[in-house]
Design a protein around this ligand. Structure first.
Ligand code: CO8
Length: 260
């Protein structure tokens, strides 16, 4: 798998995707957004990959937003198309079968913050900075930031961040629930890999059904969501991993999961 604007490494059953446009602090033009879409589709279909880590190349920036030079002279319909493309690819990441961990190594601004929010779990290096600065450019978030930010941090704080364009540091992002944890920059990737390895050691069908139950359930009314969860729970009992996991517990030995 090789892409113009991404680097992809593999360590066992973990893939690490680097957005790689250092000349623009990894800002997203359409080609990069499309590369992300193709990469995540391939990773989703690769049975040897269980967890994906998404990060930015270099130590300065995760993704400094959508590419301002690329967007500057858009006609309204081109802008709408770019927003729709970004939304489609971020939805594809959010709903990818495999868990996705964002390792945020620097600026996560605008479309970069929106990209991080589409991931399942966010880990920030202590120097990471977050902002939805679109109001400084005469814009609003267009990769579904107006929807994901309030769902993560609540409506009031999301409105404050989006209306002011304020930049917050990693500790503040953790305090408001935008990131799961903050770690020293030099430990960021290793922490993300440790978490990925831990997730990859579990029963993968159960992990993927958990993701589905959470993501799909949150879009339903609670009664339907509970039924959906029960259906996913029932589905687990059609897997060998359920039989293995429960037998291993009762036999006091570690389970040997096979993704079946
Ligand atoms: N787009 C294009 N180029 C960028 C971007 C960007 N978002 N961010 C940085 N760059 C470029 C700079 O222009 C500069 O290029 P050059 O060396 O050729 O002059 C290079 O990266 C390095 O940047 P700086 O010199 O500015 O680096 P600093 O360390 O001084 O500052 C900052 C870093 C604070 C991150 C600063 O670069 C900055 O403020 N960048 C812009 C951040 C921003 O406003 N992001 C939001 C963009 S809008 C958006 O994301 C909307 C998403 C929804 C789109 C919907 C579709 C229509």
């Amino acid at each position: 798998m090789s892409f113009e604007n991404l680097l992809i490494e593999r360590e066992g059953n973990i893939a690490i995707v680097y957005v790689n446009r250092p000349q623009a602090l990894n800002a997203l033009n359409a080609a990069t957004v499309k590369d992300l879409g193709h990469a995540f589709a391939e990773l989703e279909n690769n049975d040897e990959i269980d967890v994906v880590i998404l990060t930015g190349a270099g130590d300065k920036s995760f993704v400094a937003g959508a590419d301002i030079a690329f967007m500057k002279d858009f006609e309204p319909l081109e802008a709408r198309d770019f927003a729709l493309l970004g939304q489609k690819v971020l939805n594809q990441i959010e709903n990818n079968k495999k868990p996705v961990i964002a390792a945020i190594n620097g600026y996560a601004f605008g479309g970069g913050c929106e990209l991080a929010m589409a991931c399942d779990i966010r880990i920030a290096g202590e120097k990471a900075k977050f902002s939805q600065p679109e109001v400084n450019l005469g814009l609003l978030p267009g990769f579904a930031g107006t929807q994901r930010l309030p769902r993560l941090v609540g409506k009031g704080i999301a409105k404050e961040l989006i209306y002011t364009g304020d930049i917050i540091d990693a500790q503040e992002a953790w305090r408001i629930g935008l990131v799961n944890k903050v770690v020293p920059g030099e430990k960021l990737l290793e922490t993300a890999k440790e978490m990925a390895r831990k997730i990859a050691s579990k029963a993968q069908i159960a992990v993927r059904l958990s993701k589905q139950a959470i993501n799909e359930g949150l879009e339903m009314d609670s009664h339907k969501a509970h039924t959906h969860e029960a259906n996913c729970f029932g589905y687990c009992f059609s897997t060998q991993d359920q039989k293995e996991g429960m037998s291993a517990f009762l036999e006091k030995r570690p389970p040997n999961f096979t993704k079946k």
